[in-house]
Structure formats: structure tokens, C-alpha cells
Design a binder for this molecule. Structure first.
Ligand code: GLP
Length: 256
């Protein structure tokens, strides 16, 4: 595991964007796993800038998103389909037929989830997966007690996640109670996982994920078992880490 601590949100976002840009530059048909939430917004802004100013080319890139609310059509402003179009896809030259965001309106959810898994496999798996972390330690919508071997499936959201995400909805009672989400097992098969976290509010959860036991109660802790997991944090999100100074030292003394 690599833990990278950046001074602030802007630098955290720039570090993640540089890693994606490097991958796409060397492998134009890379398969990117993408996340929603407020945390990756700075990363997406930077990717848009790199596309506009430096010509970063997404025309052959394939994308798979982690999750989507059940019951929200792609046209709904709070759907993750809408979020991705609005905050990234409409501003870069990704080919719409290369974009995959789960369909929250699928009529047969079980069959749809199997198809989503097959589709990831058909493209050779995810090269680089971007992740945020929920305040209860979840990655994607893998709520506490999700199997660490889980695959894409229907998941019931916790009260805490519903409350956390209510801030995006005009009417808090509109927050869906179910989601389609890639499983922890699906995420663990990505070649590289980059988890971003920012702000004091995430500090204790981040410390549990990195330094606590591997447990289904904090599904982000499964990344401790991943061969290439990178946590990119800002100072506030890193502020509860016991080995904070050691991670900094390792980063500064990285062999060439
Ligand atoms: C939702 C998403 C997660 C995201 C989390 C944190 O639950 N399903 O993928 O990591 O929110 O969101 P934020 O970045 O807004 O704190």
C-alpha cells in the first residue's frame, strides 16, 4: 500500500489526475474505473483541463462506474449517470459507446449485474479504479458487512449513507434506499486502485481503513490486501494516521 499525503484538496486532485493522464498517455485504450461523490470533482476538473489545454485524448478510453441509485433514470439530476455526464463525460472526448454507468432502471437487476461483470471482463478488466470513501468506510456502495468477495449486485444503503447523501437532494426523503454497486471482489480485481479522501470528517475512517484490521465493517480496509493500492489524502484526511510521518518519509525517499 502506498499512502501519499498532499497539502490540500487541489494537490490531492492533481496527483490523481497526473496518474490517470500518465496511464492514458501510455495506454490510450485504458479501462478506467470511475467514482462519484464530491471527492473526485477536483480530479475530474483537472482531467478536463488536461484534455482542453494539453490534448489528453480519451477517444479510446473505456470507463466503468462503480455504482448507481436504483430507481433514478439517467436523466435525473441526482443520478450518478447524470453526475458523470455533467462533471466529466460532456467535457472530454470519450466515446459515448465506451461509457458504462450502471442502469438504475434495469428491470431484471440480477441479470443486469451479471452482464455488468461480464462486460468488465470482456474489456480485459479495469486498469485503474478511482475510489472515494463513505463516512462508514464503504467503497462504492459496499456498506458495512458487505462480503469482501462480493460482486456487482443490489445493495441496501445504510441510514448513515442515506443521510450523508441527502445534501444533494432538494427533498431528503427522495434519496433512494437501494443501489447497484460493483462488489468489493470486483474492485479488488482492478490492476491499480486509487482511493481519494479529503477533509477532517474522513480522518478517523481513513485511519481505520489503512491502519485498522481488514474487516467487512470497513470495506475500504480490503485494499490492504490489494497488490497495488494507493491512498491519496489531503493533510486533514491524513490527520488521524498513526504512521503519518513515516508515510511522508517513504514518499520523500522513494527510490527512482
Ligand atoms: C457515495 C458513493 C461513494 C463515495 C461516497 C463518498 O456513497 N457511492 O463512491 O465514495 O459517496 O462521497 P463524498 O466524496 O461526497 O464524501
Amino acid at each position: 500500500m502506498e499512502v501519499i499525503i498532499k497539502a490540500d484538496y487541489k494537490q490531492m486532485s492533481a496527483e490523481a489526475a497526473a496518474r490517470i493522464a500518465d496511464l492514458v498517455y501510455h495506454q490510450p485504450n485504458a479501462v478506467l474505473g470511475l467514482a462519484t461523490g464530491s471527492t473526485p470533482l477536483g480530479l475530474y476538473k483537472e482531467l478536463i483541463r488536461l484534455h482542453r489545454d494539453d490534448g489528453l485524448d480519451f477517444s479510446k478510453v473505456i470507463t466503468f462506474n462503480l455504482d448507481e441509485y436504483v430507481g433514478l433514470p439517467a436523466s435525473h439530476e441526482q443520478s450518478y449517470n447524470y453526475f458523470m455526464k455533467d462533471n466529466l463525460f460532456d467535457h472530454i472526448n470519450v466515446n459515448p459507446s465506451n461509457i458504462h454507468v450502471p442502469n438504475g432502471m434495469a428491470s431484471d437487476i440480477e441479470a443486469y449485474c451479471l452482464w455488468y461483470e461480464d462486460e468488465i471482463e470482456a474489456y480485459g478488466g479495469i486498469d485503474l479504479q478511482i475510489l472515494g470513501i463513505g463516512s462508514d468506510g464503504h467503497i462504492a456502495f459496499n456498506e458495512p458487512a458487505s462480503s469482501l468477495g462480493s460482486r456487482t449486485r443490489l445493495k441496501t444503503l445504510t441510514k448513515q449513507t442515506i443521510d450523508d447523501n441527502a445534501r444533494f437532494f432538494d427533498d431528503p426523503t427522495e434519496v433512494p434506499h437501494y443501489a447497484i454497486t460493483m462488489g468489493v471482489g470486483t474492485i479488488m480485481e482492478a490492476k491499480t486502485c486509487i482511493l481519494l479522501a479529503s477533509g477532517k470528517g474522513k480522518a478517523d475512517t481513513v485511519a481505520k481503513a489503512i491502519e485498522g484490521p481488514v474487516t467487512a465493517l470497513i470495506t475500504a480496509s480490503a485494499l490492504q490486501l490489494h497488490p497495488d493500492a494507493v491512498f491519496i489524502l489531503d493533510e486533514e484526511a491524513a490527520s488521524s494516521l498513526e504512521l503519518h510521518d513515516y508515510y511522508q518519509w517513504v514518499y520523500e525517499n522513494k527510490p527512482e
